[in-house]
Design a protein around this ligand. Structure first.
Ligand SMILES: C[S@@+](CC[C@H](N)C(=O)[O-])C[C@H]1O[C@@H](n2cnc3c(N)ncnc32)[C@H](O)[C@@H]1O
Length: 282
């Protein structure tokens, strides 16, 4: 299916650029209109129900039911060999847990097949006084069909190999492109603050680092695939998808965040045009 067929089913977007469409709408409203088996890869991070500025916390059962509802829709719209990457944090359950990983509460309620849990480890964060300082989040990699899914390992190999010249039976043992990057990924968090703000930071309070999304998109999608993010926020998934020659559809309930994403995409496209123009001089 073409991305334009999906866009025709959804109507006029809030923002569009070549290969990119953003809707300023509630994802549950939009998802029902997206055709079956039309999206190659969904990458997203929903609200964690912890009272951030973009969410109203729900009773736990209601929150989990809401997650199940939109994830079931993602399953329906994903192509047969497609995938779904879900970034979810922790929440407190009174008298039971200070910080329970949300995926533990959802794992048997959703139809996808779980390939792997990736630990994203970062250096900055709050300091614990009565517990270890939290320094990780999880990315869950789900697929529709465990026997048929995209995994472009060579596109994401880690060139930082300790013993690159190691031999077996006289032949170099190590892949010349590098090693498998494993299921623990080190990427700095997008930080704010006077002297420590990340260069990529926007005013959105929960921005993905572009480098994490780049690894996910390179490894588990292909050029021209249709990438989807139903909780687009500042537009990280969209910018990375465009940089990697994918098509992208994003949904975001807040207009101010849609504007941040739209500006970011415009800036990215302007920079790209400048780079292309400079290259054409040589
Ligand atoms: C964790 S943030 C995503 C941040 C994003 N990954 C980025 O890199 O900026 C979740 C986003 O979901 C949006 N959101 C919350 N409920 C929504 C809904 N029902 N439909 C669409 N977007 C929603 C919030 O406004 C917020 O921007």
């Amino acid at each position: 299916m073409l991305a334009t067929d999906i866009v025709n089913a959804l109507g006029y977007p809030y923002f569009q650029a070549p290969n990119c469409w953003i809707y300023h709408l509630d994802c549950l409203e939009v998802l029902a209109h997206i055709p079956d088996k039309s999206i190659n890869l969904t990458v997203t991070s929903p609200p964690y129900n912890i009272g951030k500025e973009y969410e109203k916390p729900l009773p736990l059962e209601d929150y989990l039911n809401w997650c199940v509802q939109w994830i079931e829709q993602i399953y329906r719209i994903t192509v047969a060999d497609g995938a779904f990457w879900l970034n979810l944090g922790y929440l407190s359950i009174p008298h039971r847990a200070k910080a329970i990983p949300i995926p533990y509460l959802l794992w048997d309620k959703i139809p996808f097949y779980l390939i792997q849990e990736i630990i994203w480890h970062y250096g900055a964060g709050v300091a614990g006084r009565h517990f270890f300082s939290p320094r990780n989040e999880k990315f869950l990699w789900y697929v529709k069909n465990p026997d048929n899914y995209t995994f472009n390992l060579d596109d994401v190999r880690d060139p930082n190999v300790k013993y690159p010249h190691q031999k077996k039976n006289g032949k170099i043992k190590v892949n010349s492109l590098g090693k498998n990057p494993t299921d623990v990924w080190e990427f700095p968090k997008v930080t704010s603050g006077k002297n420590r703000s990340s260069p990529e930071r926007t005013p959105h309070p929960a921005q993905f680092p572009a480098a994490v999304i780049e690894r996910i998109l390179k490894a588990t999608s292909n050029c021209e695939d249709i990438i989807f993010d139903p909780f687009l926020g500042s537009g990280t998934t969209a910018v990375v998808a465009l940089a990697l020659q994918r098509q992208v559809i994003g949904l975001e309930i807040r207009q101010d965040y849609c504007d941040i994403a739209a500006n970011r995409i415009d800036n990215f496209l302007t920079q790209q045009q400048l780079r292309d123009a400079q290259l054409s001089l040589f």
